[in-house]
Structure formats: structure tokens, C-alpha cells
Ligand binder design. Structure first.
Ligand SMILES: *[C@@H]1O[C@H](CO)[C@@H](O)[C@H](O)[C@H]1NC(C)=O
Ligand SMILES: *[C@@H]1O[C@H](CO)[C@@H](O)[C@H](O)[C@H]1NC(C)=O
Ligand SMILES: *[C@@H]1O[C@H](CO)[C@@H](O)[C@H](O)[C@H]1NC(C)=O
Ligand SMILES: *[C@@H]1O[C@H](CO)[C@@H](O)[C@H](O)[C@H]1NC(C)=O
Ligand SMILES: *[C@@H]1O[C@H](CO)[C@@H](O)[C@H](O)[C@H]1NC(C)=O
Ligand SMILES: *[C@@H]1O[C@H](CO)[C@@H](O)[C@H](O)[C@H]1NC(C)=O
Ligand SMILES: *[C@@H]1O[C@H](CO)[C@@H](O)[C@H](O)[C@H]1NC(C)=O
Ligand SMILES: *[C@@H]1O[C@H](CO)[C@@H](O)[C@H](O)[C@H]1NC(C)=O
Length: 758
């Protein structure tokens, strides 16, 4: 085998020399090349070097530069992507191990990649079933909207639903003509802010978004199609919201000058009064008991009117108990990564090409520049030392004690051309990359250091604006996403679900900077890539709107249940989703709830766990609140005759007091649940339990026979936990599976230490 490969490679070199005389050069474009890894000659230490060599060998004399390797792939398939001319491709096709190549153009790289990542399709599933959400109104509570953004054009939209009662409020640089069939309403609320700051000057006194956040979230939930957009050359493609035909109604409550709980409450109330179907709220209040939290209060009223409120879990992870918006009557959304990397390539003088992360917002030219590794300077923590670096160099920064951002800002004050930052800060997902450079993982950083230390004249090139999709494993839980249990409501497992929330590309206010180049160049863009639960929440909101469009009769609890019980606990390599916040340990439900949202499955969940307003009142009545406190939430007379902490929720949490924990103490907790058959007709379901480590889970009955659609049946479940209660979180699941294996209705189970309740 070795001999054969070797021969063909030699042949290739000879053939190349000949071929180079014949071919005429033409423009290069990106190709994705499949290779047969089993044919790799043993002479090569790694597939990576093999690919690099292969690529270098197809160099034709007609080009000034060698064709460059962009990415090597070793997970989804074996091969690489490279910039090649048509004639180079022809040469490549003859090399050993070549399987196939296709032009990058055939790959749909969508700016809101998340629609593809979540398998939304125009031909089947939730998009066609809901007519893309055309009858559904999403209210967005945020910093307003930039109405001129292409994402809010109303091309292809039908008449506004007649039930709509909202308005397009006139204000500074905003009038009725800013609304249309897509952007059907816009209002603003700042009386609270003004009241607590009497002398304040509001710089943009209207629904116009001068921050960008509200424009981003609105377009993620319900933006129209916009072709040919990108973030400074990264992630280019077609942008669209999750519900591209849904209507948007905007309630501006966040101001450049501050925010007030009163305004948030007023905005949410007005949204419900105006007739929205779903509220998307990517903000929260930390450290507040239920009865003081304006979002808890306003969302209770929304739930009573049949409006689903979808909210962000917060960005205070990875410690447990850091979550906000953990109310039982609301959807709480965690953030995960996408199967997309924005980055660049570091190509060392020896031909080794490494993939790194960067979002440097320009096409910088860094080619064959001397690579500087000086241990004194390379801590990149001293502006003084860095200032001595020669202007014609790429500096290597390697300091575990310093953050990527700190190293970048120090290097920005040097004369160096660019930086190679070696760091395992896996959660670097910021769009803020103010200086030309790439981030390289420590493992690959070893190759860089070795090369820099052992070469006579080390040099390197860096390419920017590289985007790769289909990366595995994805999703992973983002480090920043806030974790349950919910301090204001520990007895209900929160968050509920995870949605994409890292470097999400969506519309932006062009007057707000979307990136910076040091020292002081601020860049503007109509689209911006941002990370946060603020970005994952509107994904869930848009998908909830689609479900509402497909099933107008479903309650908010039913919609949430459908999303949760069909969520996927596995990533795209079919392993349990990992958590970046625990250094790639297996993610627990306290981090991601039921798992990654799976919209097409949510369309037909089989069974739902429903809940009424009275069920939530019974729950509140069990919480040792005073009558006044309960009234603050319900805002109408309530009946506490049957208090019950056992809410009909599609997940289970069992809490133990870890400070009591010595030896084997057994805790047993009982729950009862009622499930409604929303499948086609008669069906028999059997329970399948995966018990958390150290626990015994008993389900009774373990078979449920539904005679018809909408029939309700109940079961009970006991979770007995014996073990070392020393702070460990353990988890498992209960899944009801029908006889035809058409539906599997999964609920996460988690056993968690208690957190200090509010
Ligand atoms: C609304 O504002 C636009 C510019 O923002 C202006 O052209 C138009 O005349 C205004 N319409 C009304 C009714 O004031
Ligand atoms: C507001 O302005 C008035 C008049 O300038 C001043 O007397 C007052 O102290 C200011 N109030 C606050 C809260 O700054
Ligand atoms: C490394 O940098 C320090 C500080 O500028 C300098 O004194 C030293 O000579 C440099 N080392 C090498 C090998 O260039
Ligand atoms: C990192 O910090 C620790 C403790 O402050 C120190 O001992 C160590 O030398 C530092 N390492 C580097 C590379 O600066
Ligand atoms: C319930 O509330 C009362 C009054 O607020 C308080 O005295 C009591 O300690 C609370 N009980 C528990 C179990 O929290
Ligand atoms: C409260 O609810 C219970 C049971 O639903 C009912 O029997 C009772 O009359 C209600 N009380 C009031 C004051 O409405
Ligand atoms: C846990 O047990 C300790 C010791 O009895 C007690 O002080 C503490 O309040 C308990 N914690 C909770 C959250 O109940
Ligand atoms: C806590 O318990 C788990 C499971 O029994 C065990 O693996 C872990 O080592 C324990 N941790 C401590 C700090 O005792």
C-alpha cells in the first residue's frame, strides 16, 4: 500500500511539472474535497500534513501564489477545503486518495445558519405546516427597531391579521410610514425611566433602536429574507428569521440612558392588549423573588390570555443557580453553539496550515511575515515590552494567565503586523476582535511554538474571513449561559430548552458600532454577529410562533411542552451534548433543559403536558407567599383552596440539601402528571426510564392506552435518591414511546443540590 501511494505521488510531481507548462491560470474559488483517508501514505505523520502536501503539489506556475488550504476535516467526512483554480482542481483529481470535489457554491451557507442547523425546510415540517408563521404576531420587548433594515421589508407579505389592535406610534425619527405588513406595530415606554431620573435627556425618543440589540432579536425571530449579507466577510449568505413571514410588533423598553422595571411591565402589558401571540423578551432581572419581578408578573397576565412568553435564561453561567426568568408560566431558553466557525488560517513557513478562530473585521494582508516567539515578550501583558517588537513581525502570545481580549489589546499597541494567540478560551465567541490575529488551541499551539523555536527564519501567513459549517460536535452548551435551579422558583426545572446563541448573525442598527479596530476605528454594519441567551431566546420565540401558526388551539403550556419533549439531548455526532462551561463534560438539564430545540419534531409531539392559569395559581399557593404577594402576580382574585407544588410540567427536578449530606441519605419525591394525546387517534405508550445515577425511578402505570385524540391520562412517578449528597448533579429521563415508535415524549429528570431560594 505504502509503495503504491508513494509511486502515484511521485508520478504526480512529474506530471505536475509537465502540466504546469500546458495550463493557463484562471481565478481560484473554494472547493470542498473528499479524500480517502485509508489511502494516506504512511510517510505522512497526519492527514493534515498529507492534505497540505497534496495541495502544495498542485501549484501551477501560472499563479503568483500557491493554492491555500482553508480547512481540513476529520469528523463529518475526511478531506479539506481549499482555494483552487479549475486547472489546479484537474491536477488534484489525479492525486492519490482523491474521492470527489465540489464547488463551495453548492453548499448553502446561510447567514442565519441556524435555520439549516435546526433543519427547517421549505418542503416539509414546521415551515410549510405554519405557512412560515404568516398569521402569527410576535411582540418583541427590547431596545426598539431599525425599521429601514432590509430584514423588516414586507415583500411577499399578506394583509395584517384583522384582530391586530396595535399601532405605529409616532416619535423622534419614527412615524406611521415606518411600519408595514411585516413591522405591524411599534411603541415606546420610558415613563418609568423618566420618573426616576427627572432631568434625563432621552437621545432617541421613539421606537427607533439606537443600540442594535432589539433589531438583532427581532430579525432573528421574524426577519424577512435578505440575500447577500455577511459580518465583514464572515458567515455570508441569506439572512432570515425563524418565522420569516410572521408579523413583528416592537415595544421599546430599553434605552441608551437606562431601563426601568415599570417600562418593561408596561411594554409587555401593551403587547398582550394589542393582540400579539408570542412575546420574545431577551432581558431579565436578577435576584428578585417572583412577586417583585416585572417579567414574572407581566408574563402571568400574558399566559392567562394565551400568549406564550419566551425569555432568555441569562449570561451568568456556568455556576449553578445563576438563572433568571425561571418562572413556571414562561419558556426559559439557554444558549448553545452552532455548527459554524468563523475563523482564519495560520499557515506556517513549513507549510503546516492550522485553523483558528478570528472575527477580525477586515481582509487583512498578512503573508510570509517573520514569526516572533520571545518568551519574555510573548506573555503579551506588557505594553512596554511589546512596543519594542519589530514592525515586520507576527507576534506569538502565549499566557494562560491572561485573557484573549487582554492579550489582543496589548498587542494592538505594538507595531507588529498581527498576532497568534495561543489559548484554550474555548468560549471566545465574541465579535470583538480588534486586531489582526488568530486564536489557536494550545494543542496545535505546540506545533507553532516548535516551528518558531527550531526554524532559522520562521515566518507565517494568516488568512481571514473564513467560515466553515457542519462542524462537529454541535451544539455544545455555551459557557456563559445561566444555569438552574431557578432561585425564585427552585421546584421547577429550568431552563426549559436550548437554542442557538453563539455568533448569531442578524440585522443591526447601522448607527451603532458593530465592531472596532484598535485604537479607535469604529465600524458600522447592517448585520452583526452576537453571542448570548439574548440571541437564543428569539430563535425559540420564532419557533413558538410557527407552532402557534400550525396549532392555533394550543395553550402556551402545550407549545412549551411540545418544544421540550421533542428536544434533542444529542449533538450532531450522536453523542450527549457537551457543556463548554464544565470543560466539555456532559451537559446536565440545569444547563440546557430538555436539550436542543428540534422544530420539526415539535410540530407533532404525540402527547403534551398542559397547564391552566388555575394550575399555576395552585402552584403559587404552595409557595408560602402572602396573599398580597400572590395577588401582585395574579392581579385578580384568586382561589387558594387546592395548593399544589406538583405542577403538570414536562420535566422533573428533585432537590437535596447538600449541607446535610453525609453518608447515604435517601430522599424520595413523588410527582403526578397528566398527559393529553394530541396524536391522530388511539395510541398505546410505554414508559422508558433512564434513572439518574444513584437513584431509583418508578413510573405507575408504565403503560398508557389512549382511545382517542385529546384524551387525558395520568401517571405518577417516584424518584428515590440514595447517595453521597455532596453537590453532585445527576440526571436521566423518562420517555413515553408509542407502540409504532412514531412518537417519543421525553422529559429530563435532574437531581440537584438546593440553591439559596429568594
Ligand atoms: C415619515 O418620515 C419619513 C422619513 O423618515 C418622511 O419621508 C415622511 O414624510 C414622514 N411621514 C409623515 C406622515 O410624517
Ligand atoms: C434636576 O435639575 C434641577 C434644575 O436644574 C435641579 O435643581 C435638580 O437638583 C436636578 N435633579 C436631579 C435629580 O439631578
Ligand atoms: C527577547 O526580548 C527581550 C526584551 O525585549 C530582549 O531583551 C531579548 O534579547 C529578546 N530575546 C531574543 C532571543 O531575541
Ligand atoms: C500565572 O499566575 C500564577 C499565580 O499568579 C503564577 O505563579 C504563574 O507564574 C503565572 N504564569 C504565567 C505564565 O504568567
Ligand atoms: C413562610 O412564611 C412565613 C411568613 O413570611 C415565615 O415566617 C416562615 O418561616 C415561612 N416558612 C417557610 C418554610 O419558608
Ligand atoms: C375555590 O375553588 C374550589 C374548588 O375549585 C371551590 O369549591 C370553591 O368554591 C372556590 N372558592 C371560591 C371563593 O371561589
Ligand atoms: C440545609 O440544612 C442546613 C442544616 O440543617 C440548614 O441550615 C439549611 O438551612 C438547609 N438549607 C436549605 C436550603 O434548606
Ligand atoms: C461526590 O460524590 C460523587 C459521587 O459519589 C463522587 O464521585 C465525588 O468524588 C464526591 N465529591 C466529593 C468532593 O466528595
Amino acid at each position: 500500500m505504502w509503495f503504491v501511494s508513494r509511486v502515484s505521488l511521485l508520478f504526480l510531481f512529474a506530471w505536475l511539472a509537465f502540466r504546469a507548462i500546458l495550463v493557463s491560470g484562471n481565478d481560484r474559488s473554494v472547493y470542498i474535497v473528499h479524500m480517502d483517508k485509508s489511502l494516506m501514505p504512511k510517510a505522512f505523520a497526519s492527514h493534515h500534513i498529507w492534505y497540505s502536501t497534496t495541495i502544495n503539489s498542485v501549484d501551477s506556475l501560472n499563479h503568483q501564489s500557491s493554492p491555500s488550504l482553508l480547512y481540513t476535516y476529520d469528523h463529518a467526512f475526511h478531506g479539506f477545503s481549499a482555494l483552487l483554480s479549475a486547472d489546479e482542481l484537474e491536477v488534484l483529481k489525479k492525486s492519490s486518495g482523491f474521492v470527489s470535489a465540489y464547488s463551495d457554491k453548492k453548499v448553502t451557507v446561510d447567514t442565519t445558519r441556524t435555520a439549516d442547523f435546526l433543519s427547517l425546510s421549505p418542503t416539509t415540517g414546521l415551515w410549510p405546516a405554519s405557512d412560515y408563521g404568516s398569521d402569527v404576531i410576535i411582540g418583541v420587548i427590547d431596545s426598539g427597531i431599525w425599521p429601514e433594515s432590509a430584514s423588516f421589508k414586507d415583500d411577499g407579505m399578506s394583509e395584517v391579521p384583522s384582530r391586530w389592535k396595535g399601532t405605529c406610534e409616532v416619535g423622534q425619527e419614527f412615524n406611521a410610514s415606518n411600519c408595514n405588513l411585516k413591522l405591524i406595530g411599534a411603541r415606546y415606554f420610558n415613563k418609568g425611566l423618566r420618573a426616576s431620573n427627572p432631568n434625563i435627556t432621552i437621545s432617541m425618543n421613539s421606537a427607533r433602536d439606537t443600540d442594535g440589540h432589539g433589531t438583532h432579536t427581532s430579525s432573528t425571530a421574524g426577519g424577512n429574507y435578505v440575500e447577500g449579507v455577511s459580518y465583514f466577510g464572515y458567515a455570508s449568505g441569506t439572512a432570515r428569521g425563524m418565522a420569516p413571514r410572521a408579523r413583528l410588533a416592537i415595544y421599546k423598553v430599553l434605552w441608551d440612558e437606562g431601563r426601568s422595571a415599570a417600562d418593561v411591565l408596561a411594554g409587555m402589558d401593551q403587547a398582550v392588549a394589542d393582540g400579539v401571540d408570542v412575546i420574545s423578551i431577551s432581558l431579565g432581572f436578577d435576584g428578585m423573588p417572583l412577586y417583585e419581578d416585572p417579567i414574572a408578573i407581566a408574563s402571568f397576565g400574558a399566559m392567562e390570555k394565551g400568549v406564550l412568553v419566551s425569555s432568555s435564561a441569562g449570561n451568568e453561567g456556568p455556576d449553578i443557580g445563576s438563572l433568571h426568568n425561571g418562572f413556571p408560566w414562561i419558556l426559559t431558553v439557554a444558549a448553545g453553539t452552532l455548527d459554524r466557525t468563523l475563523g482564519g488560517n495560520l499557515i506556517l513557513g513549513n507549510g503546516l496550515s492550522l485553523t483558528g478562530w478570528t472575527t477580525f473585521p477586515a481582509k487583512a494582508f498578512v503573508k510570509d511575515v517573520p514569526l516572533l516567539y520571545n518568551k519574555t515578550i510573548s506573555t503579551c501583558d506588557s505594553a512596554e515590552q511589546i512596543s519594542l517588537v519589530s514592525s515586520n513581525s507576527i507576534i506569538i502570545c502565549d499566557n494562560k494567565n491572561s485573557s484573549v481580549y487582554n492579550m489582543l489589546s496589548i498587542v494592538a499597541n505594538s507595531n507588529a503586523v498581527a498576532a497568534v494567540i495561543i489559548s484554550d478560551e474555548q468560549s471566545v465567541l465574541s465579535d470583538d476582535f480588534p486586531y489582526p490575529g488568530v486564536l489557536i488551541r494550545p494543542k496545535e499551539g505546540l506545533d507553532v511554538l516548535k516551528y518558531a523555536e527550531t526554524s532559522y527564519k520562521p515566518s507565517a501567513s494568516i488568512t481571514f474571513q473564513q467560515t466553515s459549517v457542519g462542524t462537529k460536535p454541535a451544539p455544545a452548551v455555551a459557557k456563559f449561559t445561566s444555569r438552574g435551579p431557578s432561585a425564585s422558583n427552585p421546584g421547577i426545572l429550568k431552563p426549559d430548552i436550548m437554542a442557538p446563541g453563539t455568533l448569531v448573525l442578524a440585522a443591526w442598527s447601522p448607527n451603532a458600532p458593530s465592531s472596532t479596530i484598535k485604537p479607535n476605528i469604529q465600524l458600522s454594519s447592517d448585520f452583526n454577529a452576537l453571542s448570548g441567551t439574548s440571541m437564543s431566546c428569539p430563535h425559540a420565540s420564532g419557533l413558538a410562533a410557527l407552532l402557534k401558526g400550525a396549532h392555533p388551539e394550543w395553550s402556551p403550556a402545550a407549545i412549551r411542552s411540545a418544544m421540550m419533549t421533542t428536544a434533542n439531548p444529542l449533538d450532531n455526532s450522536q453523542n450527549q451534548i457537551q457543556d463548554i462551561g464544565t470543560n466539555f463534560g456532559i451537559a446536565t438539564p440545569l444547563a440546557m433543559g430538555a436539550g436542543q430545540i428540534d422544530p420539526n419534531r415539535a410540530l407533532n409531539p404525540g402527547l403534551v403536558y398542559d397547564a391552566t392559569a388555575q394550575d399555576y395559581i395552585n402552584f403559587l399557593c404552595s409557595m408560602n407567599f402572602t396573599g398580597n404577594q400572590i395577588y401582585t402576580i395574579t392581579r385578580s382574585n384568586f382561589n387558594c383552596s387546592s395548593p399544589s407544588s406538583d405542577l403538570n410540567y414536562p420535566s422533573f427536578i428533585s432537590l437535596y440539601n447538600s449541607t446535610l449530606a453525609t453518608g447515604a441519605i435517601t430522599t424520595v419525591q413523588y410527582y403526578s402528571r397528566t398527559i393529553t394525546n394530541v396524536g391522530d387517534g388511539a395510541a398505546t405508550y410505554k414508559a422508558k426510564v433512564s434513572a439518574p445515577k444513584g437513584s431509583v425511578v418508578t413510573v405507575s402505570p408504565d403503560t398508557l392506552v389512549f382511545g382517542k385524540m385529546y384524551e387525558k391520562l395520568s401517571y405518577s412517578i417516584a424518584i428515590a435518591f440514595t447517595g453521597d449528597k455532596n453537590g453532585t448533579v445527576t440526571f436521566g429521563s423518562l420517555t413515553w414511546i408509542d407502540d409504532n415508535s412514531k412518537y417519543s415524549v421525553r422529559s429530563p429528570i435532574v437531581i440537584s443540590p438546593m440553591v439559596k431560594a429568594l
